[in-house]
Design a protein around this ligand. Structure first.
Ligand code: TYM
Length: 331
């Protein structure tokens, strides 16, 4: 029996955070033995906000190295750069023509980003979920593992797939979002009601995958908590709950086990322990990423092989779509 297919992607837009790691990439490593995986570097999504070209190029390579450093095996998975596979842009166009402007205007991330980048509300920003639907549907995946913040985008992908299938006949598999419990939503260390984001202006709010041990511990020491001294998960204790979630996710235990570990301890010791756990877990990944970045030949060969595989898989779906839509290919 063939393996089920998994698809996901990360944007190379900014310094990746422990949210991207715990909510996404790290979980994929565990899944690669069970599924046929496609993992993309979504550079076409990244340019929906302004990017400095040299930096975008560098971050693309850094992200590729990070995937590999985390343990993504390029022999088993298809690891590629989105803009190197033209079917993404092509399918996005076809899907645009069955997607309504009103649906896109209602997307949470579009509303947030429009507020944040009020001087640059471009068509791409609004169209972002359609490109994401194209990414996914091209590879006919069963599952799309993402953090909680991307769930809405996977839901609209399902809507678009169902609509296309209804209009033109069975074409796309309708994928399921796959959201991990621990790590699915790592919050800002400064405003724990918000998700930790690579584009946060306050550098203390996010722990970056490139931060060294001292920086990581300093950021956790400054994390916002509350004025009582109980270490437990509760909606009224957003800061502490977030730290427990981060700890559980990096120590590889459940939230209940994390609570037990720190029962009766003070906030100071707790924050230090979380910082050390995160820093120690990241250290080998950071070292391997640096090593890979110094071997561009290898990195480029992995991405080229990935793009070739992605090209083949995506063409199959795109040809089917073009046929169904009625694009002329000779009678
Ligand atoms: P991006 O680049 O913002 O984030 C990559 C992945 O990291 C997850 N994530 C988090 N998880 C937990 N806590 C956080 N604080 C946190 N911040 C980010 C995201 O949920 C995501 O899984 N649009 C996507 C990229 C994309 C994509 C796709 C994803 C493009 N095409 C197709 C899946 C399938 C994005 O911006 O993710």
């Amino acid at each position: 029996m063939e393996n089920k297919v998994l698809y996901s992607a990360v944007q190379p837009s900014g310094n990746l955070t422990i949210g991207n790691y715990a909510g996404a990439i790290r979980n994929w490593v565990r899944m690669q033995s069970e599924f046929d995986c496609f993992f993309a570097i979504a550079d076409m999504h990244a340019i929906t906000v302004r990017q400095e070209p040299a930096l975008l190029r560098r971050r693309t390579a850094e992200l590729a190295a990070l995937y590999l450093a985390c343990g993504i095996d390029p022999e088993r998975c298809t690891l590629y750069v989105q803009s190197q596979v033209s079917a993404h842009a092509e399918l996005a166009w076809a899907l645009n023509c069955i997607t309504y402007v009103g649906e896109m205007e209602r997307m949470t991330q579009f509303k947030d980003k429009s507020r944040k980048h009020a001087d640059n509300i471009n068509m791409g920003l609004m169209d972002y979920p359609v490109l994401m639907a194209a990414d996914i549907l091209l590879y006919q995946p069963h599952y799309v593992p993402v953090g909680a913040d991307q769930k809405q985008h996977v839901e609209i992908t399902r809507d678009i797939a169902i609509r296309f299938n209804n209009r033109y006949g069975e074409t796309f598999r309708v994928p399921e979002p796959y959201i991990m419990k621990e790590g699915a939503s790592i919050k800002s260390l400064q405003e724990p009601a918000k998700k930790m984001s690579k584009s946060d202006e306050n550098a203390n709010a996010s722990v970056y995958l490139t931060d060294d041990k001292d920086t990581i511990i300093r950021k956790f020491k400054r994390a916002v908590t509350d004025s009582d001294n109980e270490i437990r998960v509760s909606p009224e204790k957003a800061g502490i709950s977030n730290l427990l979630n981060i700890y559980a996710s990096f120590a590889g235990c459940s939230l209940a086990e994390a609570e037990n570990t720190f029962r009766g301890k003070g906030y100071g010791d707790f924050k230090l322990a979380v910082g050390e756990t995160v820093a120690d877990a990241l250290a080998p990944v950071q070292e391997e990423q640096r090593r890979l970045l110094s071997d561009k030949e290898y990195l480029n060969s992995v991405l080229q092989a990935g793009a070739e595989r992605a090209f083949k898989a995506s063409r199959k779906t795109l040809s089917k779509v073009y046929r169904k839509i009625g694009f002329y290919r000779g009678e």
